[in-house]
Design a protein. Sequence first.
Length: 265
Amino acid sequence: MTAFLSDLIQRAELGSFLRARREATDPRSAGFRPGPRRRTPGLRREELAQLSGLSVTWYTWIEQGRDISVSRQVIESLARALRLAPAERAHLLTLAGLALPPAAPGSRTVDPLLRRLVQELHPRPAYVMNPWWDLLTYNDGYAELLGGLDRRPEGERNVLWITFVESRGSGLFVDWAGEARSLVGQFRATPARYPDDPRGTELLHSLQRASGVFREWWDAQTVSGFTSSRKELRHPRDGRIDLDYLRLADAQNEQQSLIIFLPGN
């Protein structure tokens, strides 16, 4: 598909979405009286243009999929006027070819059903973490791997902290250097995604002060992504074991992930 055709389809999708949301908006909720002469089921174009601070002609061109440049300010005004839900607003920004704004700091609260799932997975090690690798909940299988998790301060119940600062972390993986370097590479990309979350700055400074190895690898500017793989571990009771490491996103909270260790085949 050529870039021209792709842009044409994208503009058409943008116009169709705006028209559908406009027609689904109750005029009374926006301060307009329905009246007997109203033919559209929702807002008129001129009404949405008025609510968004746009000219009727400009809004009409957007809805018609004309080849015009639409700014973030215009799209945000339309989203507010249409009272779009967060998912709808994100979709509108995507259709307009605009990047989503940085996410706000996430909650540490884990959905009760997800927390229950983590416990039900025992004896397979499992935990839920946020983008900073803070352990939000975990089962006994994972706690046994690391030892003494419940006794650690909340800020040190963190995969990066345990890996680089505590002896149990450095002794957990057979290939500690490979695992640790991968963690740093994944962490390197996180602050750019969540620049307004103070936890990132706090954790980064703590790791830089506590670990010369972390500081050296952080300064190397290496970036990597997560990949499911086999981990060679030293279990405190069972000795050397191989586990497959899987990461699943929480559809209800993009800032939380479920990590599961499965027996290697």
